[in-house]
Design a protein around this ligand. Structure first.
Ligand SMILES: CC(C)(COP(=O)(O)OP(=O)(O)OC[C@H]1O[C@@H](n2cnc3c(N)ncnc32)[C@H](O)[C@@H]1OP(=O)(O)O)[C@@H](O)C(=O)NCCC(=O)NCCS
Length: 287
């Protein structure tokens, strides 16, 4: 039984005793959009409802709601706590002193790590066992200014962008930026640290396009998936103090996702109700 499940068992919740679809260092993820979020707020805990009411700006409220909804849905599947309508409100995601999300279940630490990101009406949540430092990020692929690249990327990262064709630069610079954000979240500090303290490296499927330019080999991202389910590609982020995060990136449409962890995670697994239901004697009654 996972430590998180033991913690939950102590709360007297319905937790499935076996987790045949989970690995020790496995990282799991779920993405939701604002359209998935219930209009009413009964799925929030009392504390979360108070916090939501205190958020002044509509965009922040919307981001916060889709982030919390995504996290709660992911946790219900990861922790296999099903069958009680109240369960989703019993899961509470609180912000720690650094802003990092911390998971509580019925007011007790749930013994599980998560990372959250919201962007353009969507949110992603990564879930991992408590001994895994995990960070994830969701970004819109867009062109970044030269000043942005000079301010936030290391010399080596800037060189990589400059060697890349003009058309591919938005995707590459978004990937580097997103991987940095993921690593800074896994470190639990966010943008308090200089983003040049973390350096991103990866093997892009390059294609020489003549004139010294390199282009992404888009065919490598076509079907069938190049690297496994959901077309995740490997990357690494090295922190200045020799701490290395391993992870994955992928893009679909205009969205790019990164997910990093230490110890190195296997390919991220998409959380799906069917995985849970296949192994659970409980039935989701409300959501
Ligand atoms: C973490 C951070 C890099 C994310 O920035 P972002 O691109 O705007 O937002 P994302 O949607 O990708 O991620 C936001 C989520 O990151 C998480 N997060 C915030 N601070 C975090 C930290 N120190 N460590 C890990 N995760 C953190 C939160 O879950 C947050 O969502 P929530 O507030 O709705 O719970 C940034 O908010 C940050 O650095 N925050 C801490 C420092 C700070 O507040 N600085 C002021 C701005 S420089």
């Amino acid at each position: 039984m996972l430590r998180s499940q033991r913690a939950l068992s102590n709360c007297g919740c319905s937790v499935h005793p076996e987790t045949p679809w989970k690995g020790m260092n496995g990282v799991y993820w779920l993405e939701q959009t604002e359209a998935d979020v219930p209009v009413e707020d009964s799925w929030l805990s009392a504390g979360e409802a108070v916090l939501l009411n205190g958020l002044r700006f509509a965009k922040r409220r919307a981001d916060w709601r889709v982030g919390r909804w995504t996290a709660k849905r992911a946790l219900m599947m990861y922790l296999e706590v099903l069958g009680r309508p109240q369960t989703i409100a019993d899961i509470e995601i609180r912000a720690g002193s650094s802003g990092a999300p911390e998971v509580f279940f019925s007011d007790k630490p749930a013994g599980v790590r998560i990372s959250l990101s919201h962007c353009a009406g969507a949110a992603i949540c990564a879930v991992a066992p408590s001994h895994v430092a995990v960070g994830c990020d969701l970004e819109l692929i867009e062109r970044r200014s030269e000043a942005f690249l000079a301010d936030y990327l290391t010399t080596q990262e800037q060189a990589l962008v400059i060697q890349t064709s003009w058309a591919d630069r938005p995707r590459l610079s978004t990937l580097i930026w997103s991987a940095k954000e993921s690593a800074l979240k896994a470190l639990g500090v966010g943008l308090r640290l200089d983003t040049r303290c973390v350096e991103v490296s990866f093997q892009v499927p390059w294609k020489e396009s003549g004139g010294g330019d390199r282009r992404f080999d888009n065919a490598a991202f076509g079907s069938p998936p190049a690297y496994g389910p959901n077309r995740w590609c490997p990357l690494q982020v090295c922190y200045i103090k020799n701490q290395v995060f391993s992870g994955w990136w992928q893009y679909m449409g205009n969205f790019l996702r990164t997910l990093v962890a230490a110890p190195p995670p296997p390919l991220p697994t998409l959380l799906q109700s069917s995985d849970v239901l296949a192994h659970s004697k409980y039935v989701e009654s409300k959501f």
